[in-house]
Design a protein around this ligand. Structure first.
Ligand SMILES: *[C@@H]1O[C@H](CO)[C@@H](O)[C@H](O)[C@H]1NC(C)=O
Ligand SMILES: *[C@@H]1O[C@H](CO)[C@@H](O)[C@H](O)[C@H]1NC(C)=O
Ligand SMILES: *[C@@H]1O[C@H](CO)[C@@H](O)[C@H](O)[C@H]1NC(C)=O
Ligand SMILES: *[C@@H]1O[C@H](CO)[C@@H](O)[C@H](O)[C@H]1NC(C)=O
Ligand SMILES: *[C@@H]1O[C@H](CO)[C@@H](O)[C@H](O)[C@H]1NC(C)=O
Ligand SMILES: *[C@@H]1O[C@H](CO)[C@@H](O)[C@H](O)[C@H]1NC(C)=O
Ligand SMILES: *[C@@H]1O[C@H](CO)[C@@H](O)[C@H](O)[C@H]1NC(C)=O
Ligand SMILES: *[C@@H]1O[C@H](CO)[C@@H](O)[C@H](O)[C@H]1NC(C)=O
Ligand SMILES: *[C@@H]1O[C@H](CO)[C@@H](O)[C@H](O)[C@H]1NC(C)=O
Ligand SMILES: *[C@@H]1O[C@H](CO)[C@@H](O)[C@H](O)[C@H]1NC(C)=O
Length: 577
């Protein structure tokens, strides 16, 4: 994902790997789609494409809804199956699925091995039923580069499975329309790069009565390890090249006509080439194949948005620095899931309470030791409170409240002449909207992230790390999207050497995962990996089915055909690159 590393690839790859003749089965720990397996199903292939040198050359196909699974749009659910193989050496790449100008899935690729990898991810996309009910353009942007030392192609297949509704499995509840807050490009993925702030004129149906906004956001380039970026006030206390500035706090904001409507504190997704690539095979970091999204209730803004005029909707990502600046770049997009009133008369109403500051309250403290230790803490609190009254064209009165309370803390420890680089970050929050006193959207989350990175030689070409992070989320994205509680804990370790005789790395990756949803579906998995082998795997719950893949076993190997890892601050060696 970071082009400027390509120049370093010559080294370390030519002697690449020792063949082990088994295809590695990569996966992200996640629940299978909570869809009725006993429903009639029909599967269509949406696209098949090998992404070789595909930079700026996405796959663009025309989609037509299937008619053999009951009336179009009446489905009980929809899932996608993205199956990919790759061999050789390649970086992880971002994958953006855009459908009818709406981003519907952001993924990234595991890095291949010499003998090849395969992965399948099954994703529930039922919430995008309004899009799947119409013919339209489907785009997969997967910008890959083939050049000396980088020969891995990604051979991809995407299928969609539609679950017919029946008396036992009613049609999935759905928004009436989904409005993109994207670049609207028809020839590439529709995510926008920020900074600067991304804005779009959006016209909402005048009979809109509820609007839920979904946000996609991930850091790239100098923002890939945003949680390792250091507050500007202390940057000069570190040797130059240690890391980037603009601090570690990131808030994703959505604004309506310049007013903040809601925010998200993002979960830190570590891509498979991040820090210790061998820690992320075969089990990727949580979120790497299915980046989390964030929902805000935009219904309080219906009285503003439903006037038939275009409104300026913006998405940006801001920091705790005094100018709120971030580095290049984040990819963002959004969509508005709109519920309309049966009446064609316009919705009216007014915002009655707007208690929102433009930015979070933040503080930065630090200490610099005589021995060169630098410890820096950035913390933030954020609250949003908006209330509105809404009268639909058919006369229904709704009083809406929308509250967000979030807290964030990040401490970086640069110790032992920066041989030790540890980060301890927590982001927690609680979102709640009520419509006439009934909970409409809720989200309680906690994303602790601890990384201890230790450099083992003066060049910084040998290092080890421990990753201890969790994704704990109890969320009801809207009244028509299934609520769930997810608790994932991942504890990974690894060691890596960058060497002209071939890079070498190893790793372990232990996970405990649980999923429970409001329909009573459950899925529990404890799965551990060491040195590419799955050493423990226990799956239970109502969604548990047999593993699709037999996990192969691997002999210990001397060298990996993996790329040079990406490190915080864009480093290749201890200081600078
Ligand atoms: C997903 O698709 C692949 C082929 O692309 C197929 O082999 C696999 O069985 C599918 N998995 C499921 C669960 O449908
Ligand atoms: C991986 O290698 C095998 C055997 O050489 C080949 O058939 C297959 O097409 C390769 N897959 C990709 C994605 O390059
Ligand atoms: C993409 O196509 C749609 C439908 O034809 C059109 O409204 C829109 O303006 C196009 N987007 C761009 C960026 O040209
Ligand atoms: C939105 O439309 C208004 C006029 O209707 C125009 O002045 C403004 O520049 C547009 N804004 C964007 C972000 O395109
Ligand atoms: C839309 O709002 C954003 C945020 O306030 C602002 O930066 C941008 O200039 C606005 N765009 C237009 C066309 O008014
Ligand atoms: C930084 O934190 C470490 C670990 O808690 C501690 O040992 C060290 O004394 C601290 N250094 C400074 C300058 O605060
Ligand atoms: C990181 O190191 C600190 C001591 O500096 C230790 O307390 C903590 O448990 C370590 N974290 C992990 C994830 O190993
Ligand atoms: C990884 O390699 C390092 C260095 O050889 C070694 O100390 C460590 O024990 C290895 N890790 C595992 C899980 O084997
Ligand atoms: C990871 O899992 C392995 C195998 O299940 C176990 O032996 C090891 O102790 C676990 N490590 C940690 C840190 O929990
Ligand atoms: C993987 O498991 C197999 C079978 O238990 C074992 O022979 C092999 O040594 C293991 N590989 C590693 C790298 O530990």
């Amino acid at each position: 994902m970071l082009q400027r590393f390509l120049q370093f690839l010559g080294l370390g790859l030519s002697l690449a790997s020792v063949s082990r003749s088994a295809v590695l089965v990569d996966f992200q720990v996640a629940q299978p789609p909570p869809l009725p397996q006993d429903a009639e199903q029909c599967t269509i292939q949406i696209l098949e494409r090998t992404f070789g040198n595909s930079y700026g050359d996405p796959e663009i196909v025309q989609y037509t809804p299937p008619t053999d699974c009951g009336p179009v749009g009446s489905w009980a659910g929809i899932s996608l199956n993205f199956t990919v193989t790759s061999n050789g050496t390649q970086y992880d790449r971002l994958g953006i699925f855009t459908f009818q100008n709406v981003e519907i899935w952001r993924t990234s690729t595991p890095e291949p091995t010499y003998d090849g990898i395969i992965w399948t991810y099954l994703k529930d996309v039922t919430r995008y039923t309004p899009l799947f009910s119409e013919p339209g353009t489907f785009i997969l942007e997967l910008d890959n580069i083939i050049e000396t030392g980088l020969n891995g192609q990604y051979a991809t297949t995407l299928h969609a499975t539609f679950y017919a509704s029946s008396a036992a499995h009613p049609p999935a509840p759905r928004a009436n329309t989904i409005i993109p807050v994207t670049t609207l490009a028809n020839n590439t993925g529709d995510d926008a790069s920020v900074p600067p702030i991304f804005s779009l004129n959006v016209t909402v149906p005048q009979n809109a009565v509820q609007i839920y906004a979904e946000l996609y956001a991930s850091g790239n380039g100098d923002e890939e390890f945003w949680y390792y970026n250091t507050a500007n006030e202390y940057l000069s206390d570190l040797p130059s090249g240690t890391t980037y500035g603009n601090g570690p706090f990131r808030e994703v904001r959505m604004l309506v006509d310049g007013q903040v409507a809601g925010v998200a504190f993002p979960y830190a997704v570590i891509f498979t080439g991040g820090i210790i690539p061998s820690s992320w095979q075969p089990i990727t970091s949580y979120g790497a194949l299915d980046l989390p999204t964030y929902f805000i209730d935009l219904t309080p803004f219906v009285p503003v948005l439903a006037d038939g005029q275009p409104h300026n909707i913006s998405i940006d990502v801001v920091s705790a620095e005094t100018d709120h600046a971030i580095n290049d770049n984040w990819y963002v997009s959004g969509n508005l899931q709109v519920v309309t009133d049966p009446s064609s008369k316009p919705t009216t109403g007014k915002i009655t309470v707007y208690d929102v500051q433009p930015y979070a309250q933040t503080s930065t403290t630090g200490s610099v030791g005589a021995n060169g230790d630098v410890n820096v803490t950035v913390s933030a609190t954020r609250s949003i409170h908006i209330e509105s009254e809404i009268v639909s064209g058919s006369g229904q009165y709704t009083y809406v409240t929308w509250t967000q309370n979030l807290e964030y803390s990040n401490t970086q420890y640069y110790l032992d002449d920066t041989y030790v680089q540890n980060v301890a970050q927590t982001a927690t929050g609680s979102f709640l909207s009520t419509h006439n006193g009934v909970v409409s959207l809720s989200d309680q989350f906690s994303y602790p992230l601890y990384i201890n990175l230790t450099l083992l030689n003066s060049e910084g070409t040998e290092f080890s790390a421990v990753f201890d992070h969790s994704y704990n989320r109890n969320s009801l994205p809207s009244p028509f999207i299934l609520g769930s509680t997810i608790a994932e804990h991942q504890y990974a370790t690894g060691f890596f050497v960058i060497s002209s005789e071939g890079n070498y790395g190893n790793g372990t990756n232990n996970n405990t995962f649980s999923y429970v949803d409001l329909k009573g579906n459950t899925y529990y998995r404890t799965v551990d990996a060491a040195l590419d082998n799955i050493t423990y795997d226990q799956i239970s719950g109502s969604l548990a089915t047999g593993n699709t893949f037999e996990f192969p076993t691997f002999n210990p190997l001397a060298h990996l055909s993996v790329t040079i890892p990406r490190l915080p601050g864009g480093r290749q060696t201890k200081f600078g690159n």
